[in-house]
Design a protein around this ligand. Structure first.
Ligand code: CDP
Length: 805
């Protein structure tokens, strides 16, 4: 169609389809306090559960006395492992092929572990009863250091005693979980041995926590009359929860309804299955009453899925001119007491082997040792697809270190080594096929936007002024170029507990030309109700405002694997586009019939089918929808519906160029981020405003992680950061100002060319902020300092470098 008329432009604008910064439809209820979160659910006769948790990180449970708690008025039951054992529910499978205690079975393995579950009339009585449960512990030696755990005679997981192999192969020590390897070790070693220049570093990505505003929780309601279990909860993957609940409880899947209502942020924290879900289901089955369990903040920080805790030992080699020749990485991964990581089965270290980053590295090797310690289980990604933030942090720190060894500008080192545009699809040394990219264009745009050369000159002047004693502030320029990998994933190699990671969309067009679409994903704030309607609007010519998007109810939504790892757009978004195309194909037949021409003689134009060469003769989608229900069309069933289950052929590989500028006060360790520039390329952009919001949020989380967030333990395994007094959540006061930008390199295999974006700013933001801190001290010889870069640690860097005089 070559029609460029204003009338046609109006029709396009009216759709609010792809590329439109449509306002978020869900915000009407959120901004008015009308969201419906788990804790808003109130049911007749509802009981409340609360946990007795271990104060010790490692101890034998000698006895549990529940008498005093049971005697308290309003207490209905106190469950212990002994009560769950006959049901086979005192342990549960984890998403990583391990098993985890639901309630302490003989011993506890981390502080905050669930020991007993109190069910009471209300939350306050439950909390009082928790205090009355008497547990006798016998303390055991504590292991909080993964390196020491691999040397120690103390066996943490006695249940695995004698097992020399686990879900991911051989275990070489009782506290060892797996060794997972990728790449050519011998060839990499050979290249490193011969290299002209090698940079070597231990990069630690500390333990942190997603800390969503809403904690985890559920309401389980067993209807004993019709045998149906309904489970409302903060689930990022409601269908998977239904399947797991069925397998564990023996209740047939059609008799389980899982509903994820509004969710106040997930970031990976709400992917896993927690003891609270299991205990609430059991309690509801036993009592016949609905049972609610909602964590408090301390429980969420101390006991639910942490993120990171990767010790990454790297070696990177290059020629004297700066051409990278090889990369070697060994990770010691602290998984805590149970391996409850949320990764596809085949990838116990997630997609960490994207750690060659955006660079054309001929040979590489990565090995990851998973280790048990006395810390909370459940490594999740925290707004990053399966350990990609760790990988990006690793390579972007190694690049900076290599630049130091080469005495070279690190922006130039990146440019020399970027995968070139003509190399896509690019096969990395560690086995990935990058779908598309144009890194040089993005990098040049970013450097020009911030005035990179001027910044470097200003920085050099500042160093001189510092040396002359004229200032006590240094200036760091934080560079980061990242390649993400999102959209898990091809069913052939990605699954969660055996369920292939496809996703789905089902569309019904109503006779009057509006529609409802249901998806297998679930928004936790990402704005799916807004953006998925936009995909459909462009595909089927019905305005986004006339399309309802529904997610999260397993009784109505098609089976899907949920929302995490920025997979919604690459997978469910593709399913949505393809379901839309099925609608359009049928609509074409209906239009041709109504216009009395052959199917091939009509073509789609914005919101209608027109006769080719005679666009004044057309049928709008509204007319076609009506005809689908009220005309007997030969050879066609009535109605206008479609469903699509989409198995992506590959991941998508968004990328970005991030640069920030930071002033660092050498005497106080205080920092001030002066400027952040973030260029993202997520392929076709569905909603630029939503993308910008995602980028702002992700950058803020990255800022938090780098500058202060930490789940820290003392040597006794006490969690030192279990409250928001200690765990850093930036407010508007600390949060920097952001400038966003973009390039647009569509994914060649995604139906609309879109890649994910939600996690990119975290993946790219962490190395950017950390590199800025390191860069501020580069002139004084700093090589590596572990995150978080809080004031105290920055002061210590300066002290260590002798900058305090
Ligand atoms: O899986 P999740 O929703 O967390 O991440 P995502 O697929 O990256 O999408 C986050 C939000 O950004 C959604 O509302 C997407 O539709 C939107 N988005 C977009 O507008 N354009 C893109 N190319 C990618 C995502």
């Amino acid at each position: 169609m070559n029609d460029l008329s204003p009338e046609r432009d109006n029709r396009i604008a009216n759709l609010k389809g792809l590329g439109c910064s449509r306002k978020r439809v869900e915000d009407v209820r959120f901004t008015q306090g009308k969201g419906n979160y788990v804790d808003d659910i109130k049911m007749a006769g509802m009981l409340h559960g609360d946990f007795v948790r271990s104060p010790y990180a490692h101890a034998r449970v000698v006895s549990i006395n529940t008498d005093a708690a049971m005697a308290l008025d309003g207490v209905i039951a106190v469950l212990t492992a002994k009560d769950l054992e006959p049901l086979g529910l005192h342990w549960m499978p984890t998403l990583a092929g391990d098993k985890q205690m639901v309630l302490a079975d003989g011993k506890v393995l981390f502080q905050g572990q669930e020991v007993a579950y109190v069910v009471a009339r209300d939350r306050y009585v439950a909390a009082d009863a928790v205090e009355l449960v008497e547990v006798e512990y016998e303390e055991l030696p504590v292991l909080v250091d993964p390196f020491m755990a691999l040397e120690s005679d103390t066996v943490l997981r006695e249940d695995l005693a004698g097992q020399t192999s686990g879900a991911h192969g051989e275990r070489r020590h009782p506290n060892h979980i797996f060794l997972w390897e990728e790449g050519d070790k011998a060839a990499t070693e050979a290249v490193l041995a011969e290299a002209e220049v090698v940079a070597e570093e231990m990069i630690y990505y500390h333990r942190t926590h997603p800390c969503p505003l809403e904690t985890c929780g559920c309401v389980a309601s067993m209807d004993k009359v019709n045998g149906k279990l309904t489970l409302y909860g903060t689930f990022q993957a409601p269908h998977v929860v239904r399947t797991v609940a069925s397998l564990l409880s023996g209740i047939e899947e059609h008799n389980i309804r899982v509903v994820s209502p509004d969710i106040g942020g997930g970031f990976g924290n709400k992917v896993g299955v927690y003891p609270g879900y299991v205990c609430s289901i059991v309690a509801s089955i036993v009592t016949g009453k609905p049972v609610k369990w909602v964590e408090d903040r301390m429980e969420n920080l101390m006991a639910t899925a942490f993120a990171r805790d990767y010790w990454m030992k790297g070696r990177i080699s290059a020629t004297k001119e700066g051409k990278i020749t090889g990369l070697h990485c060994h990770v010691t991964a602290d998984h805590g007491a149970f391996d409850a990581c949320a990764d596809p089965t085949k990838f116990p270290a997630g997609f960490f082997h994207i750690c060659t980053g955006s660079y054309d590295i001929p040979v590489a090797y990565v090995g990851v040792d998973g280790v048990y310690t006395n810390k909370a289980p459940g490594g999740v990604a925290y707004r990053c697809s399966f350990r990609v933030t760790e990988a990006a942090y690793f390579i972007e720190r190694m690049i900076e270190r290599l630049a130091q060894e080469l005495n070279m500008d690190s922006a130039e080192l990146r440019r020399i080594n970027f995968i070139r545009k003509d190399q896509f699809p690019y096969h990395s040394a560690l086995g990935w096929e990058y779908d598309s990219g144009d890194y040089h264009t993005a990098w040049d745009k970013a450097l020009a936007a911030v005035g990179y050369d001027t910044l470097r000159a200003e920085q050099a002047e500042r160093v001189e002024a510092f040396r002359r004693g004229e200032t006590r502030k240094l200036m760091g320029i934080g560079l980061s170029f990242f390649t993400e990998i999102v959209g898990a994933g091809p069913v052939k190699n990605c699954d969660i507990l055996g369920m292939g990671m496809f996703d789905s969309c089902e569309i019904r067009i109503h006779p009057t030309g509006s529609a409802i679409a249901r998806l297998g994903t679930i928004s936790q704030g990402q704005g799916h109700a807004t953006t998925f309607a936009q995909i459909l609007a462009s595909e089927i010519g019905i305005p986004a405002d006339s399309i309802t998007i529904e997610e999260g109810d397993t009784d109505t939504a098609p089976y899907g694997l949920g929302t995490y790892g920025s997979r919604s757009t690459p997978v469910a978004g593709a399913a949505t586009a393809l379901a839309g195309r099925k609608i359009r194909a049928k609509a074409q037949m209906i239009a041709a019939y109504l216009l009395e021409v052959h199917d091939n003689d009509v073509e789609f134009d914005v919101d209608r089918f027109v006769i080719k060469g005679a666009p004044e003769r057309f049928k709008t989608m509204k007319e076609i929808a009506y005809a689908a229900y009220n005309q007997a069309i030969p050879g066609l069933e009535p109605g206008l519906e479609a469903v699509s289950y989409y198995d992506p052929p590959n991941m998508t590989y968004p990328f970005g160029a991030y640069i920030c500028m930071m002033d660092v006060d050498v005497d106080t360790g205080e920092t001030e981020v002066r400027q952040v520039y973030a260029l993202d390329d997520c392929g076709t952009r569905i909603n630029p405003m939503v993308i910008e919001g995602q980028v702002h949020g992700g950058l803020t989380e990255a800022f938090a992680i780098v500058m202060g967030q930490e789940i820290a333990y003392d040597e006794m395994g006490n969690c030192k950061t279990g409250t928001l007094m200690d765990f850093f959540l930036p407010t508007a006061v600390e949060t920097p100002h952001y400038t966003t930008d973009f390039t647009e390199t569509p994914s060649p295999h995604h139906p609309i060319g879109a890649k994910g974006v939600g996690e990119s700013p975290n993946v790219g933001g962490v190395p950017m902020f950390s590199n800025a801190v390191h860069d501020a001290f580069r002139a004084f010889g700093l090589k590596q300092s572990h995150m978080p870069h809080d004031h105290w640690r920055i002061w210590r860097i300066a002290e260590g470098l002798g900058l305090h005089g």
